[in-house]
Structures are given as structure tokens and as C-alpha cells.
Write a protein that binds this ligand. Structure first.
Ligand code: LHQ
Length: 262
């Protein structure tokens, strides 16, 4: 049987492909376990400098697999504790993505719905195919956004758009998502994976300490005052200013050549 998560190491880029195309790559507990393990491996593997996440087939991810026994309500006597599913699976996944000290590029190749949409938004740089859509589908089944969606939508779009998307469940086109600043860029469908790999390889050639510091400082900025953030920058710059990459960057600039970061 085909693995439900494909993991490919191409030099410094680890590509994770959700691979349940017949279910639009909806999340099951097994897919969660495989993703978590792959992210832990990417964190520990020195060869990996960038993670690229995408989906197989025509969809990116349709969120929770609603046919999964763990979440399907089987009558009055068996109402499920969905909070337990978030606690055990979605929340640790989101935290693993946010805390990974390496950039995550997400290539949204098709529809991203429910937790699948919000999972995509935890990429550090999100590209989407022109035909892709982001759908806060939760309301259609009587739920609220999860997988960090209430946080990401509010931070990236503001309350007005966050509430309207969550309350209506209206699909948001990739183009509108990029225009609104929800994602980085829209790409023609057939060019998506080439662009995503090019971006991943570009990031892989950047100084890794600086990338990790940028990621954590920008995350900190969403709760910090300017004053606190100035201290974050001082501490981060102090740390990475001692790196070989900084020496190399300055030497390369002065010698008018391309830097070669370690
Ligand atoms: C699916 C799914 C799916 C199973 C498509 N499950 N089969 C929830 C509960 C518990 C704990 C924690 O958090 C959550 C968070 C959530 O994610 S809730 C939101 C769950 N997702 C949705 O409600 C989205 C459901 N899917 C859709 O609305 C549509 O499939 C979209 C709009 C994504 C795509 O529509 P189409 O392009 O028309 O495709 P389709 O509907 O025909 O789907 C293709 C197949 O995939 C189909 O199966 P079939 O056997 O008929 O070919 C669907 O049943 C299956 N599928 N999503 N989430």
C-alpha cells in the first residue's frame, strides 16, 4: 500500500506530500502521526534546511477526515470529545510547525478546507496554485475554526475578514488570499511545484541561523510591544552576529562575490 505521507529528501530540502488523494488528503490519526514524526525527523536531521509541504492529487487537504471513527458521532450516546482530538493531534502539529527552527514552505496545490486550510497557513511562506481555494468549512458542520485558524485569520486579515470567512464558510480564492495578505503568492497551477522547489532551494542556501532567528522573532512580534521586540532583535543579532555565516556574508560582500553559507 502507498504511504499516506510521502517523504523525499532532495539535498537540503525535505518534501512532505500528503498522500490520500481519494479523500483530498483529509487528516486521519495515522496521517497526523506520520506528519509529526516527519517534522521531528526534519528538526533533527542536519541535512534538512527547509521543509516543503504539499498534497497529492487535486486537493491540498480537506481537513479532518469526517469518516474517521475517532470523530464521527455515533448517536446520542457517543458524542465525541473533539477537544481531545485537538489536544492530541492538531495542536501538537501546529506547535511543531511553528517551533521548527527551519523554514516551512507550503505549496497549496488545490482546495484547502477546514483544518486543512489552517494547517497550510502555518507554513512560513505559503504559495498557492491559482485554482486553489481556502475554505473555513467548519461552520457547515456546526463547528468553529481550529488548528489555529482563529489566531492566523485574525492576525493576518483582521477581525472583519476573519469573522466573515469563519461565519459564512465562503471559499476564498487563492488570488484573493494573496491580495489580502493571507499567503505569499499565487502561481499558475502548472508552475506551482517548480516555483515551490525553487523557493525552497533559495531558502536552503540562506544562512540557517538567521532564518531561525527571523522565524522566532516574527512570531514573538505578534505578542510583543515594540520595546520588547527591540530586545528580541538585540539578543538575536548578538547571537547570529557571532556565526561563521555573518563572517562569510560580510567577506563575500567586500570581495564582491556570492556568499557560501554553511
Ligand atoms: C472527504 C473529506 C473529508 C472525508 C472530502 N473527510 N472525506 C473536525 C473534527 C474533529 C476534530 C478536530 O477538528 C476538526 C476540524 C475540521 O477540519 S472540520 C472540517 C472538515 N472538513 C470539511 O468539512 C470539508 C469537507 N469537504 C468538502 O466540503 C469538500 O469535499 C471540498 C469543498 C473540500 C471539496 O469539494 P469537491 O471538490 O466537490 O470534492 P468532493 O466533495 O467530491 O470530495 C472528493 C472525495 O473526498 C469525496 O469522496 P467520494 O467517495 O464521494 O469521491 C469526499 O467525500 C471526500 N472528502 N473531504 N473532510
Amino acid at each position: 500500500m502507498e504511504p499516506i505521507l510521502l517523504v523525499a529528501q532532495d539535498g537540503p530540502v525535505t518534501t512532505l506530500t500528503l498522500n490520500r488523494p481519494e479523500r483530498l488528503n483529509a487528516f486521519t490519526q495515522d496521517l497526523h502521526r506520520d506528519l509529526r514524526a516527519a517534522l521531528a525527523e526534519a528538526a533533527a536531521n542536519n541535512q534538512c534546511r527547509v521543509v516543503l509541504i504539499t498534497g497529492a492529487g487535486r486537493g491540498f487537504c480537506a481537513g479532518q477526515d469526517l469518516a474517521d471513527r475517532a470523530v464521527i458521532p455515533a448517536g446520542e450516546s457517543q458524542r465525541r470529545d473533539l477537544g481531545a482530538s485537538l489536544e492530541s493531534f492538531y495542536n501538537p502539529l501546529v506547535r511543531a510547525m511553528r517551533n521548527l527552527p527551519k523554514p516551512i514552505v507550503v505549496a497549496v496545490n488545490g482546495v484547502a478546507a477546514g483544518a486543512g486550510a489552517n494547517f497550510a497557513l502555518h507554513g512560513d511562506i505559503v504559495l498557492a496554485a491559482k485554482s486553489a481555494k481556502f475554505i473555513q468549512a467548519f461552520i457547515k458542520i456546526g463547528l468553529m475554526p481550529d488548528a489555529g485558524g482563529t489566531w492566523s485569520l485574525t492576525h493576518l486579515l483582521g477581525e472583519a475578514r476573519a469573522k466573515a470567512l469563519a461565519m459564512t464558510g465562503e471559499p476564498l480564492s487563492a488570488t484573493q488570499a494573496a491580495d489580502w495578505g493571507l499567503i505569499w503568492r499565487v502561481v499558475e497551477d502548472e508552475a506551482l511545484m517548480v516555483e515551490a522547489h525553487t523557493l525552497a532551494r533559495t531558502l536552503a542556501a540562506q544562512p540557517s541561523g538567521a532564518l531561525a532567528a527571523i522565524k522566532s522573532a516574527i512570531h514573538a512580534a505578534s505578542v510583543n510591544s515594540l520595546d520588547a521586540q527591540l530586545n528580541v532583535e538585540r539578543d538575536g543579532q548578538r547571537e547570529i552576529g557571532k556565526s561563521d555565516d555573518y563572517l562569510e556574508g560580510v567577506a563575500a560582500f567586500l570581495e564582491k562575490r556570492a556568499p557560501k553559507f554553511g
